[in-house]
Every structure is written in C-alpha cells, then in structure tokens.
Design a protein around this ligand. Sequence first.
Ligand code: ADP
Length: 159
Amino acid sequence: MNVFVYPGSFDPVTNGHLDIIKRVLPICDKLIVAVLNNSDKVSAFSVNERVMMLKQVLESEPKIEVDSFDKLLVDYMRLHEATTVVRGLRAVSDFENEFMFALLNKNQYPEMETIFMLTNQKYLYLSSRMVKELAMYGGNIDEYVPAIVKEALARRYSA
Ligand code: ADP
C-alpha cells in the first residue's frame, strides 16, 4: 500500500493546497494531510482549527486522512509506514528550501521519496499568507479558498 504524506502549515488551507491534493490522489492508496504543529511559527489558526477546516473540506474523500504532528517528518512517516512525501512547487522561491528538506529527509530515511507537484498556473502566486493579508484588509478571496475558510477568516479578522 502506497501511503503518501502531504505535510504543511495549512494556515489556512487554500485552493492551491486542494488542487495539489486532488491531483496526487490518483497515484496513491492513502493520503495523510498532516498539519505541522510548529510552535516557532506565529499562526492565525490553532492546529485544531486548521485540522477541522481540512476535515470539513475533504470529508467526502475516503482515501484521505487529516492529522497533525509535532515530531520529525521522517519519524512521523515511519510511524505511519508512509513511503512518499508530497510537496507543492510554486515559483523559484520554493525550490531552494524544498530541495534542502528533501535531501535532509532522504538522508535520515533512505527508503522514502519526496515528490513535487507543480502548482496549477491559476495558483502560482497563492499562499496562505497572501489570503490572510487580503482577508485582513477586506479583499475578495472567493477564488482562493473554500467558503468555510472564507467565513473563518472573516470571523478571525472582524474584531
Ligand atoms: P509550509 O509552511 O510547509 O510551507 P504551506 O501550508 O504553506 O506549508 O504549504 C504546504 C505545501 O503546499 C508546500 O509544499 C507548499 O509549497 C504547497 N503549496 C502552498 N500553496 C500552493 C499553491 N498555491 N500551489 C502549489 N503548492 C502550494
């Protein structure tokens, strides 16, 4: 069984993430979307809120499990007998970091692979950060996030 892990902050999930998920599903048996619990990073939503939003938007897909983790990615993968990490690549700026992490991980866990899905052109400049900034200043984010995320952002930034 081919278990893939798609790790990230997902703060919050965007249509760019969902596009990667939709495209990777046909090539795996099970996909774990894993929210990284990184206490160094200031986040807009708690890990629990991020997991709940992902669960809501992905609930109809039986191959998907949503989870969170706070250990090394390679240890998390071993625990779940996962073979492959999925990451998305947008512009050149993603490449250097992703390249470094993929090599570091491979070094720690030689049996695993990292695969990169190229962004959909529509979402080339889309990031959780951009969505949060737009939401904060009242911009239109309809084409970037699912409705429940839009509502959560509106609540977060309404005060
Ligand atoms: P991280 O904090 O790990 O970068 P993100 O939630 O920002 O987490 O992203 C998780 C993964 O999704 C990363 O591999 C990132 O490159 C990818 N990703 C994010 N937005 C997009 C997008 N618009 N198109 C393609 N991939 C994306």
